[in-house]
Ligand binder design. Sequence first.
Ligand code: NOJ
Ligand code: NOJ
Length: 538
Amino acid sequence: MDGMLANIGPSGSKAQSVPAGVVVASPSKNNPDYFYTWTRDLSLVFKCVVDKYSSGQYPELQSLIQDFVQAEAVIQKVPNPSGNFASGGLGEPKFNADETAFIGAWGRPQRDGPALRAIAVISCASLLNDSATVLNTLWPIIEPDLDYVQNDWNLTTFDLWEEVSSSSFFTTAVQHRALRQGAALAKSLGQTSVAISYSTQADNLLCFLQSYWNLKGYITANTGGGRSGKDANTVLASIHTFDIFAGCDSVTFQPCSDKALANLKVYVDSFRSIYRINNNASSGAVATGRYAEDSYMGGNPWYLTTFAVAQQLYAVWNAQGYLTVSDISLAFFRQFMPSVTAGTYPSSSSTLTSAITSHADGYVAIVDKYTPLNGGLSEQHSRDTGVPLSAVDLTWSYAFGLTALDAKAGKTPESWGASGLTVPAVCAPDNGGGSGGGGGGGAPSVSVKFIETVTVDPGESIYLVGSVPQLMQWNANNAIPLISTNSNTWKVSVSLPTNTHVEYKYIRKANNAPWESDPNMQLTTPADGTVTEHDTWR
Ligand code: NOJ
Ligand code: NOJ
């Protein structure tokens, strides 16, 4: 914990020059220069600190949490190359340590940042038992981040490694969590219509999340990038969306779900032969990195990814008292018990329990082996010799160590509402990174983007309804809400059956619900491709 706190200003010994609550990624100022504050790194660190504080063991962390909240309230409003507070600036990946904008070239925007920050600040809300205070102090920080996520989740983003611009599993997964959790908080604060609109987009994100699973039996990390797609991105997503009440549900890729475990094996195996320090080990724990094709700063193993593998494995038994081995996860389990067959195995009687736990310990042992005597955790360690490389004292390397050891100790972060979720039958497809939303299956469909220009009165929203089941067959009570992207533009994407004549209308809903004047609008969907309808309110 000391290594992590040393990089947080101004009391941290390695961050004395920076404002209160600002987390620098590393004290390293050259090769690489990491003396910046990244929204992703700091939000994961911040969440780790809040979880530590919630355990009751570290009351001294309270003022640091207040500092974080205040620093982020400032940083959110700093105009930057991605935009300003209301026009996309929340997606800016990093800021100078003095809270000013970084204006150099960079992979931007990175849309995981606002989601991760919202998750961290929402976790602070449960520390306060008083909704008026939450509404006045935290909600003004949470809501803009969640609005950003709900409006723009389907646009292209740079991935968490700041390299590939497409759609990205980690980003989608944390966006889904943020909106799901945000909807529950909004509801508890009496923000009913906000809650409804966050849950609508959370459903769409959950749909889209399914599409990253591929037929080769793992999660493709990015829709772009031209790589194998085997990537720590997916493991980080699984551990950071762990929900103790969700069991081993594969819909949210819980750490013990069959899909996440199958994926973990494929990911780990991709490093067995490429790092000399792994000695081509065909089984057992090995050092892992971001992804096999990586060449950044030598493309070495990362401490935090190896910790992440351990954390996922420790979490396996934290969710429920039994495991189900399915055809999807069979290869994962056969690493430990070659004779295992599909079925259900209780934690009490199973040799799998100890095998998986000691496998997890193996990853922690690897990190220990390559940690220097002073305990410093840098970003990488040499693939050939194991010596530390790249940024020294990387703040989130320490955070990953802490959360992995908490998982080992059976300490689980609070639930975020992943339990019992089902994938909606109709998915609003992703429009940015390619590959459409999954989950629906069945008949061929095309994505139709409806864009309506209309100026609404305060409190009014725009909905869409029409002649086909996907448009709720003219049932105005179930009409599909559009999202406002600026003061007079509203949009939504809907999957419609191909080659079908469709009639539709927009509706304004507030207290009463006037419909647009006649006649109905119409379109005929093509056999494939995408369609955009530009309309203006009548
Ligand atoms: C800097 C980024 O921080 C790192 O993730 C990336 O690999 C390199 N740029 C190369 O694009
Ligand atoms: C490069 C990593 O790829 C990125 O994920 C991280 O945010 C920065 N370094 C800062 O640690």
